[in-house]
Ligand binder design. Structure first.
Ligand code: ADP
Ligand code: AMP
Length: 216
């Protein structure tokens, strides 16, 4: 049966960073709903234009749009063995939809690592985040700086600060997380799949802890 791992946690806690490391180690696909939306926005698709209205305000994109986008991504061949889901689900409705979709693909959510850190830590991480224009590679001005300021080490494209990483929008995103995503923590805790991890540590330590809980 395919293995699906859902990474849960507040915006900026390091889900994308950890998802990439784990996906590499486990040879599983990495599905980031935020990256998929940003790709649609870059390509100016109808879905992207619609999603941008919500993303720019720091709100969640409506469930039906988000679920449809993930359904399509899950149907790709690279998800056959499973995937690391980063940023999806974010509401109980999305979690129920995910279970139904995975049942169709003969899979299930195996484990839900819940990465936590104090609000001051996540705000510091978001405010220093720089993202590469071409492929979404992520840097941090202090904790993971690029070799050359403003330039991606991997593909030499420009680094930019996401509009929704500006301080006004971050406050809204954290409120939205508390109101709409925290109920998922209880949902997965009840299912026995939730494992809490301390995200307020160096990247390498969080990834060691994450590998350990996934192995167990
Ligand atoms: P999320 O996907 O949860 O929004 P990211 O993985 O994009 O978070 O990380 C947010 C920012 O924090 C990025 O700039 C990243 O380089 C940095 N970062 C991630 N994990 C850590 C960590 N453990 N310590 C310090 N900085 C980190
Ligand atoms: P992220 O890259 O995970 O920080 O997501 C950036 C933005 O994309 C969020 O603030 C939301 O507006 C939107 N988004 C990402 N994932 C979802 C989701 N599962 N449900 C609704 N909106 C989402």
């Amino acid at each position: 049966m395919a293995t699906f791992i859902v990474l849960l946690g507040p915006p900026g806690v390091g889900k994308g960073t950890q998802a990439k490391i784990l996906a590499n180690a486990k040879k599983l696909a990495h599905i980031s709903s935020g990256d998929l939306f940003r790709e649609h926005i870059k390509n100016q698709t109808e879905l992207g234009k619609h999603a941008k209205l919500f993303i720019d305000r720091g709100e969640l994109v409506p469930d039906d749009v988000t679920i449809g986008m993930i359904r399509e991504r899950l149907s790709y061949a690279d998800c056959k063995p499973g995937a690391i889901l980063d940023g999806f689900p974010r509401t109980p409705i999305q979690a129920v939809a995910l279970e139904k979709m995975l049942a169709e693909f003969d899979g299930q959510v195996n484990i839900v690592p819940y990465i936590t850190a104090p609000e001051s830590v996540v705000v510091g991480r978001i405010s220093g985040r720089w993202t590469c224009r071409l492929n979404g590679h992520v840097y941090h001005q202090m904790f993971n700086p690029p070799k050359q300021v403003g330039v991606c080490d991997i593909d030499s494209s420009e680094l930019y600060q996401r509009d929704d990483d500006k301080v006004e929008t971050v406050t809204i995103r954290i409120r939205v997380y508390l109101e709409q995503t925290i109920p998922l923590v209880e949902y997965y805790r009840k299912s026995g799949k939730l494992v809490e991890l301390n995200g307020a540590q160096a990247v390498e330590q969080v990834s060691k802890d994450l590998c350990q809980v996934v192995k167990n």
